[in-house]
Design a protein around this ligand. Structure first.
Ligand code: NDP
Length: 484
Protein backbone atom coordinates (compact mmCIF):
# COMPACT_ATOMS: atom_id res chain seq x y z
CA UNK A 1 0.00 0.00 0.00
CA UNK A 2 1.36 3.40 -0.96
CA UNK A 3 1.12 6.42 1.32
CA UNK A 4 -0.21 9.04 -1.06
CA UNK A 5 -1.33 11.65 1.43
CA UNK A 6 0.61 14.85 0.60
CA UNK A 7 2.14 16.91 3.40
CA UNK A 8 -0.62 19.46 2.88
CA UNK A 9 -3.28 20.37 0.32
CA UNK A 10 -1.53 23.27 -1.40
CA UNK A 11 1.99 24.21 -2.45
CA UNK A 12 2.30 27.98 -2.12
CA UNK A 13 5.26 30.30 -1.70
CA UNK A 14 7.75 27.45 -1.77
CA UNK A 15 6.11 25.22 0.83
CA UNK A 16 3.22 22.88 1.52
CA UNK A 17 0.45 24.81 3.26
CA UNK A 18 -2.86 23.81 4.80
CA UNK A 19 -6.01 25.59 5.82
CA UNK A 20 -8.49 23.12 7.26
CA UNK A 21 -11.23 25.75 7.01
CA UNK A 22 -11.48 24.85 3.30
CA UNK A 23 -14.16 22.34 2.26
CA UNK A 24 -13.04 18.70 2.33
CA UNK A 25 -11.75 17.14 -0.90
CA UNK A 26 -11.40 13.37 -0.80
CA UNK A 27 -9.15 11.79 -3.42
CA UNK A 28 -10.51 8.50 -4.71
CA UNK A 29 -8.54 5.74 -6.43
CA UNK A 30 -10.68 4.92 -9.48
CA UNK A 31 -9.60 1.28 -9.54
CA UNK A 32 -11.04 0.54 -6.08
CA UNK A 33 -13.24 3.48 -5.13
CA UNK A 34 -11.21 3.88 -1.93
CA UNK A 35 -10.18 7.23 -0.47
CA UNK A 36 -6.41 7.54 -0.83
CA UNK A 37 -5.89 11.11 0.40
CA UNK A 38 -7.84 13.83 2.15
CA UNK A 39 -7.37 17.44 1.13
CA UNK A 40 -9.08 20.78 1.59
CA UNK A 41 -10.16 23.34 -0.95
CA UNK A 42 -8.25 26.63 -0.97
CA UNK A 43 -9.77 29.32 1.23
CA UNK A 44 -9.60 32.99 0.31
CA UNK A 45 -6.52 33.27 2.54
CA UNK A 46 -4.70 30.55 0.57
CA UNK A 47 -5.69 32.12 -2.75
CA UNK A 48 -4.44 35.51 -1.56
CA UNK A 49 -1.13 34.00 -0.45
CA UNK A 50 -0.77 32.33 -3.86
CA UNK A 51 -1.44 35.54 -5.76
CA UNK A 52 0.76 37.73 -3.57
CA UNK A 53 3.69 35.33 -3.63
CA UNK A 54 3.25 34.80 -7.37
CA UNK A 55 3.38 38.52 -8.07
CA UNK A 56 6.47 38.94 -5.91
CA UNK A 57 8.29 35.96 -7.43
CA UNK A 58 7.42 36.99 -10.98
CA UNK A 59 9.23 40.34 -10.63
CA UNK A 60 12.43 38.63 -9.58
CA UNK A 61 12.05 35.88 -12.18
CA UNK A 62 11.40 38.22 -15.13
CA UNK A 63 14.62 40.04 -14.23
CA UNK A 64 16.58 36.76 -14.31
CA UNK A 65 18.42 36.09 -17.60
CA UNK A 66 16.66 33.58 -19.86
CA UNK A 67 19.58 31.18 -19.70
CA UNK A 68 19.26 30.94 -15.92
CA UNK A 69 15.50 30.48 -16.16
CA UNK A 70 16.13 27.73 -18.67
CA UNK A 71 18.59 26.04 -16.36
CA UNK A 72 15.95 25.73 -13.63
CA UNK A 73 13.52 24.16 -16.09
CA UNK A 74 16.02 21.67 -17.45
CA UNK A 75 17.05 20.73 -13.91
CA UNK A 76 13.36 20.13 -13.11
CA UNK A 77 13.13 17.93 -16.22
CA UNK A 78 16.04 15.86 -14.98
CA UNK A 79 14.48 15.39 -11.52
CA UNK A 80 11.15 14.40 -13.10
CA UNK A 81 12.90 11.77 -15.21
CA UNK A 82 14.79 10.42 -12.19
CA UNK A 83 11.49 10.07 -10.29
CA UNK A 84 9.47 8.85 -13.24
CA UNK A 85 8.33 5.62 -11.59
CA UNK A 86 7.25 7.29 -8.35
CA UNK A 87 5.41 10.01 -10.31
CA UNK A 88 3.79 7.39 -12.55
CA UNK A 89 2.51 5.45 -9.53
CA UNK A 90 1.00 8.69 -8.24
CA UNK A 91 -0.56 9.53 -11.62
CA UNK A 92 -2.04 6.02 -11.78
CA UNK A 93 -3.64 6.50 -8.36
CA UNK A 94 -4.89 9.99 -9.23
CA UNK A 95 -6.44 9.00 -12.58
CA UNK A 96 -6.73 5.19 -12.68
CA UNK A 97 -4.71 5.09 -15.92
CA UNK A 98 -2.58 1.93 -16.27
CA UNK A 99 1.11 2.05 -15.43
CA UNK A 100 1.64 0.82 -18.98
CA UNK A 101 0.62 4.37 -20.00
CA UNK A 102 1.74 6.55 -17.11
CA UNK A 103 5.32 5.23 -17.16
CA UNK A 104 5.69 6.47 -20.74
CA UNK A 105 3.53 9.53 -21.35
CA UNK A 106 2.69 11.48 -18.22
CA UNK A 107 5.66 12.60 -16.14
CA UNK A 108 7.85 12.10 -19.20
CA UNK A 109 5.80 14.55 -21.27
CA UNK A 110 6.02 17.12 -18.44
CA UNK A 111 9.81 16.58 -18.50
CA UNK A 112 9.84 17.00 -22.29
CA UNK A 113 8.09 20.36 -21.89
CA UNK A 114 10.56 21.51 -19.19
CA UNK A 115 13.48 20.53 -21.41
CA UNK A 116 12.09 22.07 -24.58
CA UNK A 117 11.05 25.40 -23.06
CA UNK A 118 14.13 25.41 -20.85
CA UNK A 119 16.16 25.34 -24.06
CA UNK A 120 14.12 28.12 -25.65
CA UNK A 121 14.25 30.45 -22.64
CA UNK A 122 17.59 32.01 -23.66
CA UNK A 123 16.49 32.53 -27.25
CA UNK A 124 13.49 34.78 -26.63
CA UNK A 125 14.42 38.03 -28.29
CA UNK A 126 12.76 40.91 -30.07
CA UNK A 127 13.71 42.38 -33.45
CA UNK A 128 15.24 45.50 -34.92
CA UNK A 129 13.37 47.34 -37.67
CA UNK A 130 15.31 50.06 -39.51
CA UNK A 131 13.19 53.01 -40.73
CA UNK A 132 15.63 55.25 -42.58
CA UNK A 133 17.63 56.94 -39.83
CA UNK A 134 15.05 56.04 -37.23
CA UNK A 135 14.42 52.58 -35.97
CA UNK A 136 12.08 50.45 -33.94
CA UNK A 137 13.07 47.68 -31.63
CA UNK A 138 10.76 45.14 -30.06
CA UNK A 139 10.97 43.45 -26.71
CA UNK A 140 9.21 40.19 -25.83
CA UNK A 141 7.95 40.68 -22.30
CA UNK A 142 6.39 38.32 -19.79
CA UNK A 143 2.67 38.76 -19.13
CA UNK A 144 2.95 38.59 -15.32
CA UNK A 145 1.01 36.26 -13.08
CA UNK A 146 -0.73 33.51 -15.06
CA UNK A 147 -3.36 31.04 -13.91
CA UNK A 148 -3.56 27.45 -15.15
CA UNK A 149 -6.66 25.32 -14.66
CA UNK A 150 -6.49 21.63 -15.45
CA UNK A 151 -8.75 18.75 -16.48
CA UNK A 152 -8.46 15.35 -14.79
CA UNK A 153 -7.23 13.20 -17.62
CA UNK A 154 -3.56 14.26 -17.77
CA UNK A 155 -2.83 16.02 -14.46
CA UNK A 156 0.98 15.85 -14.57
CA UNK A 157 1.21 16.64 -18.27
CA UNK A 158 -1.16 19.61 -18.06
CA UNK A 159 0.75 21.01 -15.06
CA UNK A 160 3.96 20.76 -17.11
CA UNK A 161 2.57 21.92 -20.45
CA UNK A 162 1.27 25.11 -18.86
CA UNK A 163 4.09 25.65 -16.39
CA UNK A 164 7.09 25.20 -18.68
CA UNK A 165 6.28 27.84 -21.34
CA UNK A 166 4.86 30.22 -18.73
CA UNK A 167 8.07 30.12 -16.67
CA UNK A 168 10.38 30.13 -19.71
CA UNK A 169 8.85 33.47 -20.73
CA UNK A 170 9.38 34.99 -17.27
CA UNK A 171 5.87 34.58 -15.85
CA UNK A 172 4.69 33.08 -12.59
CA UNK A 173 1.94 30.45 -12.65
CA UNK A 174 -0.65 29.49 -10.10
CA UNK A 175 -2.21 26.18 -11.06
CA UNK A 176 -5.51 24.70 -9.97
CA UNK A 177 -5.78 21.02 -10.80
CA UNK A 178 -9.11 19.31 -11.31
CA UNK A 179 -10.71 18.39 -7.99
CA UNK A 180 -10.72 14.76 -9.23
CA UNK A 181 -6.93 14.58 -9.62
CA UNK A 182 -5.26 17.01 -7.21
CA UNK A 183 -2.10 15.07 -6.30
CA UNK A 184 0.24 15.17 -9.31
CA UNK A 185 0.58 18.92 -9.77
CA UNK A 186 1.80 19.25 -6.17
CA UNK A 187 4.82 17.15 -7.15
CA UNK A 188 5.55 19.37 -10.15
CA UNK A 189 5.49 22.43 -7.86
CA UNK A 190 7.76 20.71 -5.36
CA UNK A 191 10.23 19.66 -8.06
CA UNK A 192 10.37 23.10 -9.68
CA UNK A 193 11.12 24.60 -6.28
CA UNK A 194 13.81 22.00 -5.65
CA UNK A 195 15.28 22.81 -9.08
CA UNK A 196 15.73 26.44 -8.09
CA UNK A 197 12.48 28.22 -8.95
CA UNK A 198 11.96 31.05 -6.45
CA UNK A 199 9.27 30.57 -3.81
CA UNK A 200 5.86 31.57 -5.16
CA UNK A 201 6.77 31.22 -8.82
CA UNK A 202 4.75 28.04 -9.35
CA UNK A 203 1.95 27.60 -6.84
CA UNK A 204 -0.69 24.87 -6.70
CA UNK A 205 -4.01 25.52 -5.02
CA UNK A 206 -6.80 22.96 -4.77
CA UNK A 207 -10.49 23.36 -5.22
CA UNK A 208 -13.57 22.96 -7.31
CA UNK A 209 -14.70 25.32 -10.06
CA UNK A 210 -15.37 28.20 -7.63
CA UNK A 211 -11.66 28.36 -6.69
CA UNK A 212 -10.78 28.49 -10.40
CA UNK A 213 -13.34 31.25 -10.90
CA UNK A 214 -11.81 33.33 -8.08
CA UNK A 215 -8.39 33.08 -9.69
CA UNK A 216 -9.73 33.93 -13.15
CA UNK A 217 -11.55 37.05 -11.96
CA UNK A 218 -8.70 38.45 -9.85
CA UNK A 219 -7.62 41.73 -11.42
CA UNK A 220 -3.95 40.98 -10.72
CA UNK A 221 -3.96 37.91 -12.97
CA UNK A 222 -2.75 38.59 -16.53
CA UNK A 223 -3.55 35.33 -18.28
CA UNK A 224 -5.68 32.22 -17.95
CA UNK A 225 -4.86 28.89 -19.57
CA UNK A 226 -7.66 26.35 -19.22
CA UNK A 227 -7.86 22.70 -20.19
CA UNK A 228 -11.44 21.57 -19.84
CA UNK A 229 -14.80 21.15 -21.50
CA UNK A 230 -16.40 23.59 -23.94
CA UNK A 231 -19.10 24.74 -21.45
CA UNK A 232 -16.45 25.53 -18.81
CA UNK A 233 -14.34 27.17 -21.51
CA UNK A 234 -17.19 29.50 -22.41
CA UNK A 235 -17.56 30.57 -18.77
CA UNK A 236 -13.86 31.03 -18.15
CA UNK A 237 -13.26 32.84 -21.45
CA UNK A 238 -16.14 35.24 -20.69
CA UNK A 239 -14.83 35.89 -17.17
CA UNK A 240 -11.32 36.52 -18.51
CA UNK A 241 -12.71 38.88 -21.15
CA UNK A 242 -14.14 41.12 -18.40
CA UNK A 243 -10.59 41.84 -17.32
CA UNK A 244 -9.26 41.78 -20.94
CA UNK A 245 -6.92 38.96 -19.94
CA UNK A 246 -4.95 36.76 -22.32
CA UNK A 247 -6.36 33.25 -22.68
CA UNK A 248 -5.48 29.82 -23.95
CA UNK A 249 -8.45 27.46 -24.15
CA UNK A 250 -7.77 23.74 -24.66
CA UNK A 251 -11.27 22.32 -24.86
CA UNK A 252 -13.19 19.27 -25.98
CA UNK A 253 -13.69 17.59 -29.32
CA UNK A 254 -15.55 15.05 -31.43
CA UNK A 255 -12.79 14.44 -33.90
CA UNK A 256 -13.04 12.53 -37.19
CA UNK A 257 -10.74 9.65 -38.04
CA UNK A 258 -11.13 8.74 -41.71
CA UNK A 259 -10.14 5.32 -43.01
CA UNK A 260 -10.00 4.82 -46.78
CA UNK A 261 -10.35 1.46 -48.54
CA UNK A 262 -6.65 1.42 -49.42
CA UNK A 263 -5.44 1.92 -45.82
CA UNK A 264 -3.21 -0.70 -44.27
CA UNK A 265 -5.79 -2.61 -42.19
CA UNK A 266 -3.64 -3.31 -39.10
CA UNK A 267 -2.32 0.27 -39.01
CA UNK A 268 -5.83 1.67 -39.31
CA UNK A 269 -7.12 -0.60 -36.54
CA UNK A 270 -4.18 0.44 -34.33
CA UNK A 271 -5.00 4.11 -35.01
CA UNK A 272 -8.65 3.61 -34.11
CA UNK A 273 -7.72 1.75 -30.90
CA UNK A 274 -5.14 4.34 -29.81
CA UNK A 275 -7.47 7.16 -30.79
CA UNK A 276 -10.41 5.83 -28.78
CA UNK A 277 -9.34 3.61 -25.92
CA UNK A 278 -6.08 5.05 -24.61
CA UNK A 279 -6.69 6.41 -21.09
CA UNK A 280 -10.04 4.60 -21.24
CA UNK A 281 -11.13 7.07 -23.88
CA UNK A 282 -10.63 10.12 -21.65
CA UNK A 283 -8.58 12.06 -24.19
CA UNK A 284 -9.77 15.37 -25.64
CA UNK A 285 -8.35 14.79 -29.12
CA UNK A 286 -9.72 11.28 -29.56
CA UNK A 287 -10.96 10.35 -33.03
CA UNK A 288 -14.35 9.19 -31.82
CA UNK A 289 -16.12 9.49 -35.17
CA UNK A 290 -14.44 6.76 -37.18
CA UNK A 291 -15.51 7.12 -40.82
CA UNK A 292 -14.76 3.87 -42.67
CA UNK A 293 -15.05 3.53 -46.45
CA UNK A 294 -17.51 0.86 -47.52
CA UNK A 295 -14.99 -1.48 -49.17
CA UNK A 296 -12.92 -2.02 -45.99
CA UNK A 297 -15.76 -1.75 -43.47
CA UNK A 298 -16.49 -5.39 -42.62
CA UNK A 299 -12.82 -6.42 -42.52
CA UNK A 300 -12.10 -3.39 -40.31
CA UNK A 301 -14.93 -4.15 -37.86
CA UNK A 302 -13.95 -7.83 -37.62
CA UNK A 303 -10.29 -7.11 -36.89
CA UNK A 304 -11.16 -4.24 -34.56
CA UNK A 305 -13.47 -6.42 -32.43
CA UNK A 306 -10.87 -9.22 -32.30
CA UNK A 307 -8.15 -6.87 -31.13
CA UNK A 308 -10.26 -4.82 -28.70
CA UNK A 309 -11.38 -8.01 -26.98
CA UNK A 310 -7.75 -8.81 -26.15
CA UNK A 311 -7.42 -5.62 -24.06
CA UNK A 312 -6.20 -6.58 -20.61
CA UNK A 313 -8.60 -4.87 -18.22
CA UNK A 314 -7.70 -4.83 -14.54
CA UNK A 315 -5.53 -3.40 -11.79
CA UNK A 316 -3.78 -0.40 -13.37
CA UNK A 317 -0.74 -0.93 -11.13
CA UNK A 318 -0.14 -4.28 -12.88
CA UNK A 319 2.14 -3.41 -15.80
CA UNK A 320 0.54 -6.11 -17.96
CA UNK A 321 -2.81 -4.30 -17.79
CA UNK A 322 -3.61 -2.15 -20.82
CA UNK A 323 -7.04 -0.76 -19.95
CA UNK A 324 -8.03 0.89 -16.65
CA UNK A 325 -11.14 2.36 -15.05
CA UNK A 326 -12.91 5.65 -15.69
CA UNK A 327 -11.77 8.50 -13.44
CA UNK A 328 -14.94 8.55 -11.34
CA UNK A 329 -18.29 6.92 -10.72
CA UNK A 330 -19.89 10.06 -12.17
CA UNK A 331 -17.93 9.83 -15.40
CA UNK A 332 -18.77 6.15 -15.70
CA UNK A 333 -22.49 6.83 -15.41
CA UNK A 334 -22.25 9.61 -18.03
CA UNK A 335 -20.57 7.19 -20.43
CA UNK A 336 -23.10 4.40 -19.71
CA UNK A 337 -25.94 6.79 -20.46
CA UNK A 338 -24.37 7.50 -23.88
CA UNK A 339 -24.09 3.77 -24.55
CA UNK A 340 -27.81 3.42 -23.77
CA UNK A 341 -28.58 6.30 -26.14
CA UNK A 342 -26.50 4.66 -28.88
CA UNK A 343 -28.52 1.47 -28.57
CA UNK A 344 -31.84 3.30 -28.31
CA UNK A 345 -31.08 5.32 -31.44
CA UNK A 346 -30.29 2.21 -33.49
CA UNK A 347 -26.49 1.89 -33.56
CA UNK A 348 -25.17 -1.70 -33.85
CA UNK A 349 -23.13 -2.80 -30.83
CA UNK A 350 -20.02 -4.64 -32.04
CA UNK A 351 -18.27 -5.20 -28.73
CA UNK A 352 -18.41 -4.02 -25.10
CA UNK A 353 -21.33 -1.92 -23.89
CA UNK A 354 -21.33 -2.76 -20.18
CA UNK A 355 -19.95 -1.64 -16.86
CA UNK A 356 -17.71 -4.24 -15.24
CA UNK A 357 -19.04 -5.53 -11.93
CA UNK A 358 -16.92 -5.32 -8.81
CA UNK A 359 -14.89 -2.54 -7.27
CA UNK A 360 -13.68 0.42 -9.30
CA UNK A 361 -15.26 2.43 -12.09
CA UNK A 362 -14.64 0.06 -14.99
CA UNK A 363 -16.46 -0.03 -18.27
CA UNK A 364 -15.78 -2.22 -21.30
CA UNK A 365 -14.18 -0.72 -24.40
CA UNK A 366 -17.20 -0.29 -26.65
CA UNK A 367 -17.60 -0.13 -30.43
CA UNK A 368 -20.76 0.86 -32.29
CA UNK A 369 -21.15 0.39 -36.06
CA UNK A 370 -23.78 1.75 -38.47
CA UNK A 371 -23.70 5.04 -36.59
CA UNK A 372 -25.28 7.94 -38.47
CA UNK A 373 -24.40 11.63 -38.25
CA UNK A 374 -27.60 12.57 -36.43
CA UNK A 375 -27.17 10.12 -33.52
CA UNK A 376 -26.29 11.60 -30.14
CA UNK A 377 -23.16 9.42 -29.85
CA UNK A 378 -21.90 10.91 -33.15
CA UNK A 379 -22.51 14.51 -32.09
CA UNK A 380 -21.59 14.90 -28.43
CA UNK A 381 -18.26 14.44 -26.69
CA UNK A 382 -18.59 11.31 -24.53
CA UNK A 383 -15.12 11.32 -22.94
CA UNK A 384 -15.06 7.58 -22.44
CA UNK A 385 -14.25 4.36 -24.31
CA UNK A 386 -17.02 4.53 -26.91
CA UNK A 387 -16.09 4.40 -30.59
CA UNK A 388 -18.65 5.26 -33.25
CA UNK A 389 -18.03 3.76 -36.70
CA UNK A 390 -19.77 5.57 -39.55
CA UNK A 391 -19.84 4.51 -43.22
CA UNK A 392 -18.81 6.61 -46.21
CA UNK A 393 -18.22 6.12 -49.93
CA UNK A 394 -17.17 9.45 -51.37
CA UNK A 395 -14.19 11.65 -50.41
CA UNK A 396 -15.98 15.01 -50.71
CA UNK A 397 -18.90 13.68 -48.72
CA UNK A 398 -16.71 12.48 -45.85
CA UNK A 399 -14.85 15.80 -45.69
CA UNK A 400 -18.15 17.70 -45.41
CA UNK A 401 -19.42 15.32 -42.73
CA UNK A 402 -16.13 15.39 -40.80
CA UNK A 403 -16.36 19.20 -40.68
CA UNK A 404 -20.03 19.27 -39.74
CA UNK A 405 -19.44 19.78 -36.00
CA UNK A 406 -18.95 22.69 -33.63
CA UNK A 407 -15.61 21.15 -32.60
CA UNK A 408 -12.27 21.33 -34.41
CA UNK A 409 -9.64 19.83 -32.15
CA UNK A 410 -8.10 16.94 -34.11
CA UNK A 411 -8.48 14.75 -37.20
CA UNK A 412 -6.80 11.72 -38.73
CA UNK A 413 -6.63 10.09 -42.15
CA UNK A 414 -5.52 6.53 -42.89
CA UNK A 415 -4.68 5.79 -46.52
CA UNK A 416 -1.68 4.63 -48.53
CA UNK A 417 -2.44 7.31 -51.14
CA UNK A 418 -0.38 10.27 -49.94
CA UNK A 419 -1.98 12.72 -52.35
CA UNK A 420 -5.39 11.82 -50.97
CA UNK A 421 -4.12 12.10 -47.37
CA UNK A 422 -2.82 15.65 -47.84
CA UNK A 423 -5.83 16.70 -49.94
CA UNK A 424 -8.23 15.55 -47.21
CA UNK A 425 -6.28 16.93 -44.24
CA UNK A 426 -5.94 20.23 -46.11
CA UNK A 427 -9.72 20.61 -46.05
CA UNK A 428 -10.41 19.56 -42.47
CA UNK A 429 -10.98 22.35 -39.97
CA UNK A 430 -9.01 21.01 -37.00
CA UNK A 431 -5.92 22.16 -35.13
CA UNK A 432 -4.07 18.86 -34.57
CA UNK A 433 -4.06 16.50 -37.55
CA UNK A 434 -2.53 13.10 -38.23
CA UNK A 435 -1.75 11.00 -41.30
CA UNK A 436 -1.47 7.24 -40.76
CA UNK A 437 -1.13 7.75 -37.01
CA UNK A 438 -3.22 9.21 -34.23
CA UNK A 439 -2.76 11.30 -31.06
CA UNK A 440 1.02 11.72 -31.17
CA UNK A 441 1.64 14.95 -29.29
CA UNK A 442 5.36 15.72 -29.04
CA UNK A 443 6.22 19.02 -27.36
CA UNK A 444 7.79 20.22 -30.62
CA UNK A 445 4.37 20.25 -32.36
CA UNK A 446 1.68 22.89 -31.72
CA UNK A 447 -1.35 21.41 -29.98
CA UNK A 448 -4.84 22.89 -29.80
CA UNK A 449 -8.18 23.31 -31.42
CA UNK A 450 -10.10 25.37 -33.93
CA UNK A 451 -13.76 26.42 -33.68
CA UNK A 452 -15.33 25.61 -30.27
CA UNK A 453 -12.37 23.38 -29.37
CA UNK A 454 -10.23 26.26 -28.32
CA UNK A 455 -8.19 29.38 -28.64
CA UNK A 456 -4.39 29.49 -28.82
CA UNK A 457 -1.94 26.63 -28.91
CA UNK A 458 0.10 24.72 -26.35
CA UNK A 459 3.61 23.36 -26.94
CA UNK A 460 6.09 24.29 -29.68
CA UNK A 461 7.30 27.82 -30.34
CA UNK A 462 3.63 28.82 -30.71
CA UNK A 463 3.22 28.64 -26.93
CA UNK A 464 5.80 31.40 -26.51
CA UNK A 465 3.52 33.92 -28.20
CA UNK A 466 0.70 32.90 -25.86
CA UNK A 467 2.78 33.47 -22.71
CA UNK A 468 4.45 36.74 -23.69
CA UNK A 469 3.64 40.00 -25.41
CA UNK A 470 5.56 42.33 -27.64
CA UNK A 471 6.48 45.90 -26.84
CA UNK A 472 7.67 48.09 -29.71
CA UNK A 473 9.90 51.08 -29.13
CA UNK A 474 10.25 53.77 -31.79
CA UNK A 475 13.57 55.59 -31.63
CA UNK A 476 13.87 58.94 -33.44
CA UNK A 477 17.42 59.96 -34.28
CA UNK A 478 16.74 63.53 -35.47
CA UNK A 479 14.86 66.49 -34.05
CA UNK A 480 11.11 66.20 -33.62
CA UNK A 481 8.91 68.92 -35.15
CA UNK A 482 5.33 69.83 -34.24
CA UNK A 483 2.81 72.07 -36.11
CA UNK A 484 2.65 74.62 -33.29
P1 NDP B 1 -14.29 20.66 -16.85
O1 NDP B 1 -14.57 21.64 -17.91
O2 NDP B 1 -15.43 20.14 -16.04
O3 NDP B 1 -13.25 21.26 -15.80
C1 NDP B 1 -12.00 21.77 -16.20
C2 NDP B 1 -11.39 22.56 -15.05
O4 NDP B 1 -12.07 23.79 -14.89
C3 NDP B 1 -11.49 21.85 -13.71
O5 NDP B 1 -10.31 22.11 -12.98
C4 NDP B 1 -12.68 22.51 -13.09
O6 NDP B 1 -12.69 22.37 -11.71
C5 NDP B 1 -12.48 23.94 -13.54
N1 NDP B 1 -13.66 24.79 -13.52
C6 NDP B 1 -14.97 24.42 -13.59
N2 NDP B 1 -15.77 25.53 -13.58
C7 NDP B 1 -14.96 26.61 -13.52
C8 NDP B 1 -15.18 28.03 -13.49
N3 NDP B 1 -16.40 28.55 -13.56
N4 NDP B 1 -14.09 28.84 -13.44
C9 NDP B 1 -12.85 28.33 -13.40
N5 NDP B 1 -12.57 27.00 -13.40
C10 NDP B 1 -13.61 26.14 -13.47
O7 NDP B 1 -13.50 19.49 -17.56
P2 NDP B 1 -13.10 18.06 -16.99
O8 NDP B 1 -12.20 18.21 -15.83
O9 NDP B 1 -14.36 17.26 -16.87
O10 NDP B 1 -12.23 17.49 -18.22
C11 NDP B 1 -12.79 16.94 -19.35
C12 NDP B 1 -12.86 17.95 -20.47
O11 NDP B 1 -11.58 18.52 -20.71
C13 NDP B 1 -13.28 17.33 -21.78
O12 NDP B 1 -14.22 18.14 -22.43
C14 NDP B 1 -11.99 17.28 -22.56
O13 NDP B 1 -12.17 17.25 -23.94
C15 NDP B 1 -11.29 18.50 -22.10
N6 NDP B 1 -9.85 18.37 -22.33
C16 NDP B 1 -9.26 19.13 -23.31
C17 NDP B 1 -7.92 18.98 -23.61
C18 NDP B 1 -7.25 19.82 -24.67
O14 NDP B 1 -6.05 19.97 -24.59
N7 NDP B 1 -7.95 20.38 -25.63
C19 NDP B 1 -7.10 17.99 -22.91
C20 NDP B 1 -7.79 17.30 -21.86
C21 NDP B 1 -9.13 17.47 -21.62
P3 NDP B 1 -13.36 21.07 -11.04
O15 NDP B 1 -13.21 19.91 -11.95
O16 NDP B 1 -12.58 20.93 -9.82
O17 NDP B 1 -14.79 21.45 -10.89
Amino acid sequence: MYDLQPKASHFVDGAYVEDTAGAALDVIYPATGQVIAKLHEATDAIIEKAIESGLRAQKEWAATPGRERGRVLTRAAQIIRERNRELSVLETHDTGKPMQETLYVDATSAADAMEYFGGLAATLTGEHIQLGEDWVYTVREALGLCVGIGAWNYPTQIAGWKGAPALACGNALTFKPSEETPLCALKIAEILHEAGAPAGLYNVVQGRGAVGAKLVTDARVAKVSLTGSVPTGRKVYAAAAEGMKHVTMELGGKSPLIIFDDADLETAVSGAILGNFYSSGQVCSNGTRVFVQKGIKEAFLKRLAERVETAKIGDPLDEEVSFGPMVSERQRSIVLSYIEKGQAEGARLITGGNAIEGEGFYIQPTVFADVTDDMTIAKEEIFGPVMSVLDFEDEDDVIARANDTEFGLAAGVFTTNLTCAHRVIGQIKAGSCYINTYNDAPVEAPFGGMKASGVGRENSKEAISHFSEVKSVYVRMGDLEAPY
